[in-house]
Design a protein around this ligand. Structure first.
Ligand SMILES: Cc1cc2nc3c(=O)[nH]c(=O)nc-3n(C[C@H](O)[C@H](O)[C@H](O)COP(=O)(O)OP(=O)(O)OC[C@H]3O[C@@H](n4cnc5c(N)ncnc54)[C@H](O)[C@@H]3O)c2cc1C
Length: 363
């Protein structure tokens, strides 16, 4: 069986990895570069119980366990580590920082512990995606650079994909193109997927920031309230993201740039938040789009009406967390015809009507 996976983000790479563990050959086709989009530019924060009370809970809990297990099992390093997580604010109320958070400015108040090393953890998302892909390649899977431009069918079944005008034959096709999965509505009856933009900075903070994640509420000079997320990593960098926008998704993943002024605002916020950040070199100034669906739940499963067609996308703010359990369940579905590690029914792609591709704007 040959499975063609369209998109080399964390979801595509994780599906390839779990398929390869079952001896199934997978080819990941990536347009721009492995983890070039949100999977390389996101926070990589993981939480076991933050999706409790929602249909995502079993997926998230299973995935949190798998993250820890993969870090033990695979001889590779993607900066996985459990860590404590706090919430706080700046410019809203005034207290001094609590113990252990003295790297923050005096104006930052830390008021609640949101998670412990048992319930929250992190990975470097680009390194994790690359490790999943390497793990798949070590078992015979393949990564190809190329732009998927269509899905070929033979009768009611998929027969392969078109990549830059050439056909690659396959028995199953998985759409895992993150927010660009909307383009696949031209080839398959899929619900809409949208992209929501976020901005981030990566600082070279060395060992000056403790292993504590922070979710803050910050009032900017202009009065707007932002919710920056701060993730110090074990590789001596600190990642900060904030400032979402609804800027349209460019068709080309290589053409994603920060909104005008957003990076300057984020730099200002970080300088006010901590003298350590103010003095540290900035290694990356970046933007990316997280894939979202109309009802907020991912699309994971069979594409209705087309045999051998699957989709896995729309993971929104939890794509890094939920990648392993998505990969595992998709591999079961493709190889064994049903997913048993997690119930995928809440994520059934058939729950929403297909998007009309005539509504796609060319840009
Ligand atoms: C600012 C920010 C912070 C985040 N922080 C976290 C976090 O802390 N924890 C967490 O769990 N999640 C986080 N997320 C969410 C997470 O990053 C995403 O849900 C996840 O990366 C989505 O992965 P994906 O593989 O579905 O899509 P993507 O990473 O977008 O990958 C899709 C891939 O498809 C490729 N592609 C597109 N078109 C084609 C084509 N025609 N042919 C071939 N390939 C194509 C693209 O080049 C891209 O590499 C964050 C998101 C953002 C924006």
């Amino acid at each position: 069986m040959r499975v063609l996976i369209c998109g080399g983000g964390v979801i595509g790479a994780s599906i390839a990895y779990f398929l390869s563990r079952r001896g199934v050959e997978a080819t990941v086709i990536e347009r721009t570069g492995l983890a070039c989009a949100a999977s390389g530019k996101s926070g990589g924060f993981l939480a076991s119980n933050w999706c409790d009370g929602t249909p995502l809970a079993p997926l998230a809990r299973r995935s949190f366990v798998l993250h820890a297990r993969l870090a033990e099992e695979i001889d590779d390093d993607w900066n996985y580590r459990p860590l404590t997580t706090y919430s706080g604010s700046m410019g809203l109320r005034r207290h001094s920082a609590g113990p252990g958070l003295n790297w923050l400015s005096a104006g930052v108040s830390v008021d609640q512990r949101l998670g412990s090393a048992e319930t929250t953890a992190q990975v470097h998302p680009a390194k994790f995606t690359a490790a999943m892909m390497r793990g798949a390649q070590a078992r015979g899977s393949e990564l190809r650079l190329g732009r998927v431009t269509g899905v070929m069918r033979r009768g009611p079944r998929v027969a392969g994909v078109e990549v830059d005008g050439k056909t690659i034959a396959g028995d199953a096709v998985v759409v895992a193109m993150g927010p660009w999965s909307i383009l696949a509505t031209q080839w398959l009856p899929l619900p809409a997927v949208y992209g929501l933009k976020g901005h981030s900075l990566v600082f070279d903070t060395e060992a000056k920031v403790p292993a504590e994640a922070l979710f803050l509420e910050v009032r900017e000079a202009g009065g707007q309230v932002q919710t920056p997320e701060v993730f110090p990593r074990s590789d001596g960098t600190t990642y900060v993201c904030a400032i979402s926008s609804e800027s349209p998704l460019p068709v080309d993943p290589a053409a994603v740039y920060p909104d005008p002024g957003a990076i300057e605002r984020l730099e200002q916020m970080c300088s006010e938040m901590s003298p350590v950040l103010a003095a540290s070199k900035i290694l990356a100034r970046q933007a990316c789009y997280r894939p979202v669906t109309r009802d907020g739940l991912p699309l994971i499963g069979r594409v209705p009406g087309v045999e051998g067609a699957y989709v896995a996308t729309g993971h929104s703010v939890w794509g890094i967390l939920n990648a392993p359990a998505t990969g595992e369940a998709m591999a079961e579905l493709i190889a064994d015809s049903s997913a048993y590690s997690v119930d995928l029914s809440p994520f059934d792609p058939g729950r929403s009507p297909p998007f009309d591709p005539a509504r796609l704007q060319k840009s």
